[in-house]
Design a protein around this ligand. Structure first.
Ligand code: SAM
Length: 284
């Protein structure tokens, strides 16, 4: 595995609100490791298999890299793309020795070229929780279409930005909804549109991608993980929340206490992700 560009602690894009701290990377790794079977299953349904060339756009510190490496096998290629050199450095330590078919490229998913990725065309482009953060998802998807071969597949696992689709728990913990509102508010304050998951068909068709299938799901987490994810997200968002006056320090402390208390409860039956929408589309 090789990395073609210098690792930097800054992100190439200014619109991303969750930052690149160690704690944030641990959060994303935890989240990604709950999702490997889903990625493999989506690839199976989309007929992507051994020897394919796959790209994971906005792969973060793990993303779908390991799952995609399993799908394409040792003769396939996986290229992970992220705007954060620090996230890619973490990805390298996690997957380098296990999967020599993975390459990592520091670039903006909205304009990276096939040449920069070291491929001719991709059989599969994958994104999870990346389009949610783009200022112009249509432009990003136009680039996805340029990277795919004819009949190549795009799979997106993206979150709904509606408060009614926020992460939930039983018993209900209001901080779960509020932290999700802040994730979306921070993304929007940084210029992201956040609406890809629920407006996917229009975005995909405008980019020349034909929708093959869609489904909605929520990921269930054990309470220690499920309440930790929004706690870390809250800390990751702190600079953006302060910059745009989206939440006071008092509110942040209150939300953190509420989530910490929930984490300690023994009667919690259900903790979930926001509503996630899977889109599978194919280039004409
Ligand atoms: C919420 S994380 C999700 C990471 C990974 N897909 C996963 O599911 O674990 C979003 C990632 O997308 C990256 N990102 C956001 N906008 C990007 C862009 N335009 N180009 C490349 N990476 C981008 C961020 O640096 C971050 O690592």
């Amino acid at each position: 595995m090789c990395e073609d560009r210098l690792v930097t602690s800054e992100s190439l894009v200014s619109h991303y609100s969750l930052g690149s701290t160690d704690a944030e990377h641990r959060r994303l790794i935890q989240l990604a490791s709950h999702e490997e079977d889903r990625v493999i299953d989506a690839c199976r349904r989309a007929n992507v298999g051994p020897n394919a060339v796959a790209i994971d756009l906005g792969c973060g510190p793990l993303g779908a890299l390991a799952a995609l490496a399993n799908v394409v096998g040792s003769e396939g290629t996986v290229v992970g793309v992220d705007a954060s050199g620090a996230a890619l450095a973490r990805a390298r330590t996690l997957v380098a020795s296990r999967f020599p078919q993975i390459r990592l490229i520091e670039a903006d998913a909205g304009n990276v070229t096939a040449r920069e990725l070291g491929i001719e065309v991709a059989d599969l482009a994958y994104s999870r929780l990346m389009l949610l953060h783009q200022p112009d998802p249509a432009a990003t998807l136009a680039n996805v279409a340029r990277l795919l071969r004819s009949r190549g597949v795009f799979i997106a696992h993206e979150a709904s930005d509606l408060p009614m689709h926020a992460p939930g728990s039983e018993p209900f913990v209001p901080a779960m909804t509020r932290v999700w509102e802040l994730v979306i508010a921070a993304a929007r304050a940084r210029g992201a549109r956040t609406d890809f998951a629920r407006r996917g068909r229009a975005y995909l068709e405008d980019a020349g991608l034909r929708v093959d299938g869609t489904r909605a799901y929520a990921v269930h987490y054990p309470p220690n993980v499920g309440f930790e994810i929004p706690r870390v997200a809250l800390q990751s968002l702190r600079p953006t929340l302060a910059q745009y006056a989206l939440a006071s320090e008092d509110e942040i402390a209150h939300l953190d206490r509420e989530l910490e208390e929930a984490q300690r409860r023994t009667d919690v039956q259900w903790v979930s992700s926001p509503l996630m929408i899977e889109w599978i589309a194919r280039r004409d």
